[in-house]
Design a protein around this ligand. Structure first.
Ligand code: ADP
Ligand code: MG
Length: 308
């Protein structure tokens, strides 16, 4: 009764925004952003000659530079993460431009979620759980197994019962939390890391850990393509997954009527059963406070607003 009502009420996507602190590289830059309440972030131009109007943006939760990842997890993600123990598929995304804090946020959230899930399992010895772990990377619309040294792209298969599955994907049955940590270390080593002008450790790929912790590629690729040559191809492919995710999320937030274009990208095909339907979704939109990044920050908030 009570649980069902809570589920029905919380069907829509939980949308949070996390504003990180200024970093060393941005030292001396000004910030136009201030979190004025637990749900509202305010834009006030620090460059008067640009004369942009102050604007308030409201979401389920807004986390300022002094908030810890623990707090982001507790208030913006936990209920969605723990819904998996009730058999509900769930996805947690970090969305934002390169260097805005996606990986930083997702790393902590993955850890806290798994600790809570294990805690729940230990407190419910009468229930039997099997946790399976797999990790994939989508790079240029090519799907790769992060638990395998074989980097041959994997095909997607349409299974009448399970929906879209990834062919030959390694699936590890988790023994305990330490086992998970070891597997995450393997994934990190396997990840493709590219260089950009913005952040030397940023990545152009989407990383998905089953239980669906999704560390998306930098959102600047949904609005512009990087430099030239190789990068152009990368840019356009990453566009497809990010743009399709944007369309899917927008459709879902409108109430799931009409056509939802899950099949238009690898990312949304793989996540279809965990996005919409009987699934719970949390999105954390990460942003840099620096004035230099104002355009990207506004784009990120636009995405967040569409997802609500
Ligand atoms: P992204 O994955 O979006 O490209 P990262 O998560 O790699 O960005 O973050 C970029 C840099 O900023 C990293 O050095 C990271 O440690 C730091 N950082 C990100 N968010 C925070 C935060 N909330 N507090 C402190 N440092 C942060
Ligand atoms: Mg990253």
């Amino acid at each position: 009764g009570e649980e069902m009502a809570a589920e029905a009420k919380e069907e829509r996507i939980l949308v949070s925004v996390r504003l990180r602190p200024l970093n060393g590289r941005e030292a001396g830059d000004s910030s136009d952003w201030e979190c004025i309440s637990p749900t509202t972030i305010m834009f006030r131009s620090t460059v008067p000659e640009r004369a942009m109007f102050p604007t308030a943006y409201t979401y389920d939760r807004v986390f300022g530079p002094s908030c810890s990842t623990r707090q982001v997890y507790e208030e913006g993600v936990k209920e969605v993460a723990l819904s998996v123990v009730s058999g509900i598929n769930s996805s947690i995304f970090a969305y934002g431009q390169t260097s805005s804090g996606k990986t930083y946020t997702m790393t902590g959230i993955t850890e806290y979620s798994m600790l809570d899930i294990y805690d729940y399992i230990h407190k419910h010895p009468e229930r039997e759980f099997i946790l399976k772990f797999s990790a994939i990377e989508i790079y240029n619309e090519a799907v790769r197994d992060l638990l395998s040294h074989d980097s041959t792209p994997l095909r997607l298969l349409d299974d009448p019962e399970k929906g879209t599955t990834v062919e030959r994907l390694t699936e590890e049955t988790l023994r305990d939390y330490n086992h998970l940590r070891d597997l995450l270390t393997v994934c990190e080593a396997q990840r493709q890391i590219g260089e950009t002008a913005l952040n030397e450790t940023s990545s152009r790929s989407h990383q998905i850990l089953r239980l669906n912790f999704v560390d998306l590629a930098g959102s600047e690729r949904a609005s512009q393509t990087a430099s030239a040559g190789m990068r152009l191809k990368e840019g356009s492919h990453i566009n497809r997954s990010l743009l399709t995710l944007g369309k899917v999320v927008r459709q879902l937030s409108k109430g799931r009527n009409g056509h939802i274009p899950y099949r238009d990208s690898k990312l949304t095909r793989i996540l279809q059963s965990s996005l919409g339907g009987n699934a719970r979704t949390a999105i954390i939109c990460t942003m840099s406070p620096a004035h230099t990044h104002i355009e990207q920050s506004r784009n990120t908030l636009l995405f967040a607003t569409c997802a609500k």
